[in-house]
Design a protein around this ligand. Structure first.
Ligand code: PMT
Length: 401
């Protein structure tokens, strides 16, 4: 789907620029042509010959080069491109884009570009979380520019947290998904993602390790294929694709209510949330104190099983896909879930597979349906895994790609 596409790759001056050559290679392998535009600071992290050799193109670096009589390259290269990708996008460059500053090759090209722009931020966690950067990012996504990441993890500065540039493969997958055919236009899909928090008292809750990445990737792939997407999410710290409608919930009961309301308007549901099976039977309005007791017993009561309710009671022709997160007898347990919850398909992921399940950017999934043998896929990015789940949904909806 990237074959023949002409991509401008903007590179700004952050340590993640060392990964930009890999982005060029991946784009070229997909059949795209690449025009690199970079800031002077980017060249402190990656060299011109590397960028020129891999892109097989000259790099646009200087708005007023000495050896040229006139200079409007920032306009002409935008005429000859289908999309612009800025990776890494530093806090400085994001600030310039958001405030309309055009003072170098990259920012003037961005200002002149009137086709889809993808921005992959990369910076220190404290910078990423600063209200100014968050405001600028919000502004850019309101202007329909497409944010990719950032992810979380170890940062070059020694910090760990949000701000790490998404991996080159994920970035290229996002572009590919954008240019893929709109096979799901006219379809509406409900997606659940993230954990649920079940409150014990005003300061404590029972929760789990779900980051929301798997469900958010599914929502994004669905939207890129033209589906209308309602994403019912538990509390997470990642941003939703601006093309999806986000309904933020906290507890299983809130998620349950939101899903019951949305499901009748949908053609399908994909339930990737890690919903707590139980909640504290009593909520204490006051913080529970540790004095005068050596132990504490919290009575739990069962939460509604949202997937089972949609699959066995509410379904009126919709396709319902559930997940199963297992630690033992994986396929057998997934089959039980398929039958007991009356789902059309279960996406199994096992905590025994390294790099799979909670929080990782990768997942190794097995599709379990009623017709045949389970299909196991190797470890891949969550965006790639999401594309496989959405392919399976398309097959069940009988949608031609
Ligand atoms: O969010 P990430 O960090 O990216 O991690 C992704 C993930 C591991 C959370 C995801 O891939 C996943 O496996 N989600 C389902 C986790 C889970 O709770 O599995 P389960 O086997 O307990 O539940 C089975 C299915 O029933 C799931 O579709 C779940 O959404 C649904 N369910 C469960 C309980 C409940 N009360 N209501 C439900 O709808």
């Amino acid at each position: 789907m990237l074959k023949g596409k002409r991509i401008i790759l903007g590179i700004s001056g952050g340590i993640a620029a060392y990964k930009s050559p890999l982005i060029i290679r991946l784009l070229k392998q997909k059949g795209a042509s690449v025009q690199v535009v970079c800031t002077q600071n980017a060249l402190k992290f990656v060299t011109l010959p590397v960028l020129e050799t891999l892109s097989e193109n000259s790099v646009y670096l200087d708005v007023f080069p000495k050896n040229r009589a006139y200079s409007t390259e920032h306009i002409s290269i935008t005429d000859n491109a289908d999309a612009m990708l800025v990776a890494p996008a530093t806090g400085n460059v994001i600030g310039k884009f958001a405030s309309g500053i055009a003072d170098d090759a990259l920012s003037t090209t961005f200002m002149a570009f009137d086709k889809p722009v993808f921005i992959a931020p990369a910076m220190n966690t404290k910078m990423w979380l600063s209200p100014i950067v968050q405001r600028n990012v919000k502004m850019l996504s309101e202007l329909k520019h497409i944010l990719i990441g950032p992810g979380e993890g170890d940062l070059a500065c020694g910090y760990a947290g949000a701000g790490r540039m998404s991996e080159p493969q994920e970035i290229v997958d996002s572009l590919e998904a954008f240019f893929s055919s709109k096979s799901l236009s006219g379809k509406k899909v409900l997606v659940t993602a993230g954990p649920t928090f079940e409150k014990i008292d005003p300061v404590r809750y029972i929760g789990n390790f779900s980051s929301g990445k798997m469900g958010y990737a599914i929502a994004s792939v669905l939207a890129s294929r033209g589906a209308e997407v309602v994403l019912v999410s538990g509390p997470v710290s990642i941003a939703a694709d601006p093309k999806v409608e986000l309904i933020a919930t906290e507890s299983a009961m809130q998620m349950h209510q939101a899903c019951l309301k949305q499901f009748p308007k949908c053609d399908a549901a994909i339930m990737a949330a890690a919903v707590a099976d139980f909640r504290p039977a009593d909520f204490s309005n006051k913080k529970l104190k540790k004095e005068n007791t050596d132990s504490l017993t919290i009575k739990l009561e069962k939460n509604p099983d949202i997937l089972a309710e949609l699959g066995s009671k509410k379904k009126k022709g919709q396709i319902v896909i559930g997940f199963a997160l297992e630690t033992d007898n994986e396929v057998e347990n997934a089959r039980k879930k398929l039958n007991n919850k009356k789902a059309d398909l279960i996406v199994l992921n096992s905590l025994n597979d390294a790099g799979s399940g909670f929080m990782h950017n990768t997942n190794s999934i097995v599709l379990v349906d009623r017709t045949g043998k389970p299909i196991k896929y190797p470890l891949m990015s969550k965006t790639e895994a999401a594309a496989i789940v959405v392919d399976a949904l398309e097959a069940l909806l009988n949608v031609k790609k």
